[in-house]
Design a protein around this ligand. Structure first.
Ligand SMILES: *Cc1c(COP(=O)(O)O)cnc(C)c1O
Length: 431
């Protein structure tokens, strides 16, 4: 049997290289389909880790990147700016939610979601320092995931399995249950009352916790978090790296009742085409960095910050949200996911079936889902179950027939598992 060890020079993510099955060689992709070297096509049920919202190879993004390649593929971003970054920042500021108190209108670019979170954490700590307060801790939520770098990892739920190997190295933070009811609201309030003066910010994935298990919460829960932060004078960081750009049914998951002080974007920012991330600060956060003291400046600067190719792809992606009916497509996907996954509800071993926007989840009663991966590729679909969930997060442009193929495959694979009810649990629980 071939194993991942056979691909010699490569080291794959979240993978036990000694025993993992050989990865599938990909030679191309278009729309919602991935083409394999052996000629087979897989329907992509997870949009390349939730990035590929307009499908692979959308001509408008391809043309924008090609044109940018001709004029300015890259230039450093200190002391120099360029139009693709400026127009992208202005467009993001105009699209993000705001309220009477906060306008999210200062955009700091980086190249990955984890770095966008690192930047947000550093901004929050220095915001308080610039205002004469030492605050070095963060409060995050059980079930949350914020990235693999050390700072982002520190606010990821230690129970999610991403940092078992680093337990002694991780910066200890505070964790609370999401405030879904009176008891958890009181618990959050008590934690903030006890530690508020040490806490720089609360960090949350609005409406959907992604890599921690695709768990949803409602807008009232999110608003309760905003209210608690206001009551205890703590900043709120919204990690919209997964939820941003339509995935939950609206362009952003944050709304005017829960406007964060800092918001992180990445995955679908360039329509899945190139790596780019943004940490967007509200005006009053930015103001704390503006003074006549050099040490108040924000000391962070990724080498490839605001790469023009990536900014051009992101601008083209925003064009597509304006020109093509993406949010209507997401609404149709949600209806089809609900109907298509509903048969799983009755199966033994299935704990829950749920959908929001273009995310559909079948939750099993045990963390065995990764073991189901091979069954999907065999059926011509690309789905990567993890932990206790089998989920779909397709490109928004997927055709109804392809989405039916995906929901049918999920129902068949889960039904087969449910009949055999295998007890072996799979150690790989990451997405
Ligand atoms: C994927 C993700 C990250 C990390 O982004 P990378 O680009 O993988 O570093 C952070 N937060 C959330 C909510 C994510 O889904």
């Amino acid at each position: 049997m071939s194993s991942a060890a056979c691909i010699d020079a490569l080291w794959l993510p979240y993978t036990q290289m000694a025993t993992a099955p050989s990865p599938l060689p990909v030679v191309g992709a278009s729309g919602a389909r991935i083409r394999l070297a052996d000629g087979r096509e897989l329907i992509d049920g997870i949009s390349s880790w939730w990035t590929m919202c307009h499908g692979y190879g959308h001509p408008h993004i391809r043309q924008a990147v090609a044109a940018q390649l001709e004029t300015l593929p890259h230039v450093m971003f200190a002391g120099i700016v360029h139009e693709p970054a400026l127009s992208l920042a202005r467009r993001l500021a105009a699209l993000l939610p705001g309220d009477g108190k906060r306008r999210l209108d200062r955009v700091f670019f980086s190249e990955s979601g984890s770095v966008a979170v690192e930047v947000a954490l550093k901004m929050a700590v220095q915001y308080w320092r610039n205002r004469g307060q030492e605050r070095r801790r963060f409060l995050a939520f059980r079930g949350g995931y914020h990235g693999d770098t050390l700072g982002a990892l520190s606010v990821t739920d230690p129970g999610c399995g991403f940092h078992d190997a680093l337990a002694g190295y991780r910066v200890p933070q505070l964790f609370a249950e999401l405030p879904r009811d009176a008891a958890t609201r009181d618990a959050l309030d008590a934690l903030l009352a006890a530690h508020g003066r040490e806490i720089a910010a609360v960090v949350v994935e609005p409406r959907v916790q992604g890599a921690g298990g695709m768990r949803f919460h409602d807008a009232a829960t999110l608003a309760a978090i905003r209210d608690a932060c206001d009551a205890h004078d703590v900043l709120l960081i919204a990690d919209e790296i997964m939820t941003g750009f339509g995935r939950t049914g609206t362009l952003f998951a944050s709304d005017e009742n829960a406007v964060p002080d800092i918001l992180c974007l990445s995955k679908a920012l360039t329509g899945g085409t190139l790596p780019l991330a943004a940490t967007v600060a509200a005006d009053q956060v930015f103001a704390a960095f503006c003074s006549d003291r050099g040490e108040d400046a924000f000391m962070h600067g990724p080498t490839f910050m605001a790469n023009p190719l990536a900014c051009a792809a992101a601008n083209a992606s925003l064009d597509l949200f304006e020109r093509e009916p993406r949010l209507a497509q997401v609404a149709a996907i949600e209806r089809q996911l609900r109907a298509g996954l509903a048969p799983c509800r009755a199966l033994p071993g299935v704990a829950d079936v749920r959908a929001i926007g273009a995310i559909g989840v079948v939750q099993l009663d045990r963390p065995v889902a990764a073991g189901l991966r091979p069954a999907f590729a065999e059926r011509g679909v690309w789905v990567r179950p993890f932990g206790d969930i089998v989920y779909l997060a397709p490109p928004f442009v997927i055709e109804a027939a392809d989405l039916t193929a995906l929901t049918t495959a999920v129902c068949e694979v889960v039904a087969a598992w449910s009949r055999q009810a295998p007890s072996a649990s799979c150690p790989l629980s990451t997405p």
